[in-house]
Design a protein around this ligand. Structure first.
Ligand code: COA
Length: 239
């Protein structure tokens, strides 16, 4: 992983929408979804309305092969199928995650990228739900024909009861789909602590290089190397 917020699929990358991405060239055959990417996706990210992730062939390229958006959402318990509604509170909105848009450029459709993007969105929602609870990922399928796409066993969406083509992938099923992502919050804190150590090490290494290039005393470099060694020993002892 080259960056904490980018995730590799085999030779592909899903990353947050950025200014280098060529939004104008994207065309999925549904003008509303092309227009969303071109006119609203970046704006909505800035305004904290929806996060937009794009599928690209390589890191650092401008091409967008597909995209999806995620936002916070809520649903009424009465919309859930009875087996999912059991034991849940009534009369209050239940926290959920909205898969607002999913689209794949026409050049890449029918090759499994749509399914991969939805799986990526489900995993992102699962990770976010460790810290901000969500009962599941909700989507409005654009057409009747698309509902089976979301309902296939690999994606696991089931129909909500309020309107046609309104579906939810329950969080407990998503959790079962990604057992490796079952890290608890305490583990995350541990990882954060380790990351802080690593950041310190990198800063020291950068300082040491600056000392060298500025013709600084070589003794200082030796001191820093000793300190690096000491910290690595501590890190190893912790791990
Ligand atoms: C829908 C979409 C995201 C699917 O992406 P994709 O990469 O083509 O899909 P995949 O190759 O992963 O999977 C294709 C499956 O979905 C079905 N599917 C794809 N597009 C479909 C459509 N427009 N209508 C009905 N079924 C569709 C295919 O039949 C296929 O089923 P199978 O796996 O049983 O053969 C893509 O076709 C797209 O961007 N369409 C235009 C925009 C759109 O409709 N977005 C969905 C908004 S809810």
């Amino acid at each position: 992983m080259g960056n904490a917020s980018e995730t590799r699929m085999p030779s592909l990358i899903v990353e947050p929408l950025a200014s280098r991405h060529d939004r104008v060239a994207f065309s999925c055959g549904t003008p509303r979804l092309d227009e969303y990417l071109q006119r609203y996706a970046a704006q909505n990210r800035k305004r904290d309305l929806a996060q937009c992730f794009v599928l690209t062939p390589r890191a650092g390229t401008s091409e967008i092969m597909g995209y999806y958006t995620l936002s916070g959402h809520s649903i009424e318990v009465t919309t859930l199928p009875s087996d999912l509604a059991r034991h849940l509170p009534t009369g209050i909105p239940l926290p959920a995650t909205l898969l607002g848009q999913v689209a794949v450029d026409t050049r890449y459709q029918g090759r499994g990228y749509g399914e991969k993007l939805v799986l990526h969105a489900l995993r992102a929602a699962l990770r976010a739900a460790r810290e901000v609870a969500s009962i599941g990922v909700v989507v409005d399928a654009l057409t009747d024909e698309l509902a089976p796409f979301y309902a296939k066993p690999t994606l696991g969406f089931v129909e909500l009861r309020d309107r046609p083509r309104h579906l939810i992938a329950p969080m407990n099923r998503i959790r079962a789909m990604f057992p490796d992502d079952a890290t608890e919050v305490s583990d995350v804190f541990d990882l954060m602590e380790r990351a802080a150590y690593m950041r310190d090490l990198l800063n020291d290494a950068r300082d040491s290089l600056q000392d060298l290039s500025a013709g600084g005393a070589s003794g200082r470099v030796g001191e820093i190397l000793d300190e690096l060694q000491r910290r690595l020993d501590t890190l190893q002892a912790k791990g």
